[in-house]
Ligand binder design. Structure first.
Ligand SMILES: [Zn+2]
Length: 190
C-alpha cells in the first residue's frame, strides 16, 4: 500500500463517529452493520478471529485516544500518558519478517504472528504514528465546524484549511458569519 495512502486509515477510523454538519444527528459507524467488515477489507486487514465483546470497547477506546491526541497535536510534546497508552497498543502483537520478490525487486515483508484484533488496533495506531513521523502532524486537523469536528489532513499549500468539506462545513459557516456581520452592521446603524 502506498505510504501516502496509509495515513488515511486512522482518519477514516476516527471519522467513524460521524456528525451531521448541521448538528441534526450523530451516527456511529462502528455500530453500523457491515461498516467494520468493509473498513477491514479496504485496508487489507483480513482478520482470522471473530469479534469479541471486548473488541468494540477496545476500538472505542483507541478512537477516543487518537482524537484526544489530535486535539493537542498543535502543542507538542505529546502527553506522556497518551504516549504510554499508544505504545501499549503498538507493542501488543508479535511480527515475523520475510524477504519476498515483488516485480523483480526485493522487499522485506512484515507479517503478524496472528491476524487478530490486537493486530488491527496496532495497524490503526501505526497509521496515526505514520502521520507523526513521515508526514506533517500539524496538518492533521479537526474541522472548525463545531457540529462536525471531523478529522482531515490539510493538503493545502497555505496550510490554512479549517473545514473538512467546502460544500457543507465551510459553506455553512461562510453563510452564518456573513449573516452575523450583516446583523451587526444593521445594529450599528440603528
Ligand atoms: Zn466538517
Amino acid at each position: 500500500m502506498a505510504s501516502d495512502e496509509i495515513k488515511n486509515m486512522c482518519i477514516e477510523f476516527i471519522n467513524s463517529e460521524f456528525r451531521d454538519f448541521r448538528g441534526r444527528w450523530v451516527r456511529d459507524d462502528l455500530f453500523q452493520p457491515g461498516w467494520l467488515e468493509q473498513f477491514l477489507a479496504r485496508w487489507d486487514l483480513q482478520i482470522e478471529y471473530p469479534l469479541e465483546t471486548t473488541t468494540l470497547t477496545d476500538l472505542l477506546a483507541l478512537r477516543l485516544l487518537l482524537r484526544r491526541m489530535i486535539e493537542t497535536i498543535a502543542e507538542p510534546p505529546l502527553a506522556s500518558e497518551d504516549l504510554t497508552t499508544l505504545n501499549a497498543i503498538l507493542l501488543k502483537p508479535s511480527f515475523k519478517r520475510q524477504l519476498v520478490v515483488e516485480q523483480e525487486a526485493l522487499r522485506l515483508e512484515t507479517l503478524p504472528e496472528k491476524k487478530d484484533w490486537a493486530w488491527v488496533q496496532t495497524e490503526i495506531a501505526a497509521s496515526f504514528v505514520h502521520i507523526l513521523t513521515a508526514h506533517e502532524p500539524a496538518r492533521l486537523k479537526i474541522c472548525a465546524n463545531p457540529y462536525c469536528r471531523g478529522i482531515f489532513y490539510d493538503e493545502s499549500k497555505s496550510r490554512t484549511r479549517r473545514y473538512c468539506s467546502i460544500d457543507k462545513c465551510a459553506n455553512l459557516w461562510k453563510v452564518r458569519n456573513f449573516r452575523a456581520r450583516a446583523r451587526q452592521q444593521n445594529a450599528d446603524k440603528a
